[in-house]
Design a protein around this ligand. Structure first.
Ligand SMILES: Nc1ncnc2c1ncn2[C@@H]1O[C@H](COP(=O)(O)OP(=O)(O)OP(=O)(O)O)[C@@H](O)[C@H]1O
Ligand code: SF4
Ligand SMILES: [Mg+2]
Length: 341
């Protein structure tokens, strides 16, 4: 088998805090190929952003311990120097955050900020960088880009700022783009436009995209593959169709049950998952989901509260749960049937 473009193996990101060690990510593995979009979904605090900040090398080494492996093509990122990471960021990989205003400087024009990122990595002249900024603004659908290039961020609307940030993230044609809830703050129409834009750009450049969201509807729209995180671990992964249509983990089932049908109204009651996410200072033993899992008492020997279920992945499909395949098929079937009617 060929080496994946991005490979994350047994990633652990632990923070030292006054209260103890926060095990924010605790043994996460996944691969991503070029031209594909991996959707990462999970409740607040499940470790989505921490994972991606680790890939980009943005954690503060003074209180963060990172173990495992993150390999981008043939480059190991965890052991890379800050200088090497700076080179890679913006050039080979870049990130779009939820809040464009916080990521853009209020003191410089949009064009100067996009151009500066380009200059830093290519060494072109200011004039060429400006022309490139105009071209990027045009690409992301900003009207009159040759005029708006000289605007300051506050002169842009929220949706335009988000587009400008996308233009900045894409100015060096990154091979890996990490989008962390990039559309949450926007209205539905702008969300859809931005999603279309990312798809177009991916087709054009063959970019690998990691798309983080709470919203399974967004996953259904943009992702090829889905990784479901719970308490710093992957509990289920597979193709979008497999995960959304035939989930194999009770947590995924819970997430899907708590959202409206992907195909419009279907008579399935919405039922949020009871309880709250696990403490990452003192995570529950065994399966981290067991205090909230409706199926935990179906597994004999109290295994759910004592033994961590392994995530066995075959052909990109896997779930970490002690239930047998037959049990899942039998008990999750009603759900799947109701959703696909
Ligand atoms: N620098 C840090 N020091 C200590 N704990 C941290 C630090 N950064 C993140 N955490 C903790 O790590 C856990 C995972 O955080 P993360 O930001 O990855 O969640 P998330 O899945 O992105 O959630 P959300 O959907 O709300 O953005 C949280 O409990 C968070 O409080
Ligand atoms: S391992 Fe047990 S507690 Fe965890 S999801 Fe499966 S059934 Fe539920
Ligand atoms: Mg986050």
């Amino acid at each position: 088998m060929s080496t994946p473009f991005l490979s994350v193996r047994d990633l652990r990101v632990h923070f030292s805090t006054e209260d103890g060690v926060v095990k924010a990510v605790d043994g996460l593995s996944f691969d991503l190929e070029k031209g594909r979009t991996l959707g990462i979904v999970g409740e607040s605090g499940s470790g989505k952003s921490v994972t991606n900040m680790a890939i980009l090398g943005l954690h503060d080494p003074r209180n963060t311990t990172i173990d495992g492996a993150i390999v981008l093509e043939d480059k190991e990122l965890i052991t890379a120097t800050e200088r090497e990471m700076e080179q890679l960021r913006g050039n080979k990989m870049s990130m779009i955050f939820q809040d464009a205003l916080a990521s853009l400087s209020p003191y410089h024009t949009i064009g100067a900020q996009i151009g500066e990122t380009y200059r830093k990595h290519t060494g072109v002249s200011k004039k060429e960088a400006r022309a490139r900024a105009v071209e990027m603004l045009r690409r992301v659908g900003i009207p009159q880009p040759d005029v708006r290039v000289d605007d300051y961020p506050h002169q842009f609307s929220g949706g335009m700022r988000q587009r400008a940030m996308i233009a900045m993230a894409l100015v060096c044609d990154p091979e890996l783009l990490i989008a962390d809830e990039p559309t949450t703050a926007l209205d539905v129409t702008v969300q859809a436009q931005i999603m279309d834009l990312l798809k177009d750009l991916q087709q054009e450049f063959g970019t690998a995209i990691i798309f983080i969201t709470h919203d399974l509807g967004v996953i259904a729209d943009v992702a090829d593959d889905v990784l479901v995180m719970y308490g710093g671990r992957c509990v289920e992964r597979g193709s979008k169709k497999e995960v959304l249509r035939a989930p194999r983990h009770p947590y995924t089932l819970g997430l899907l049950s708590s959202m409206p049908s992907l195909d419009g109204p279907v008579d399935v009651p919405l039922s949020p998952i009871p309880g709250s996410p696990p403490s990452l200072l003192n995570p529950p033993p065994g399966c981290r989901f067991h205090p909230r899992c409706a199926f935990a008492d179906k597994v004999s020997g109290g295994l759910c509260s004592t033994e961590r279920p392994a995530l066995e992945v075959v052909d990109g499909r896997g779930s970490a749960c002690h239930l047998t395949d037959e049990q899942k098929r039998e008990w999750f079937a009603d759900f799947a049937a109701a959703r696909t009617n």
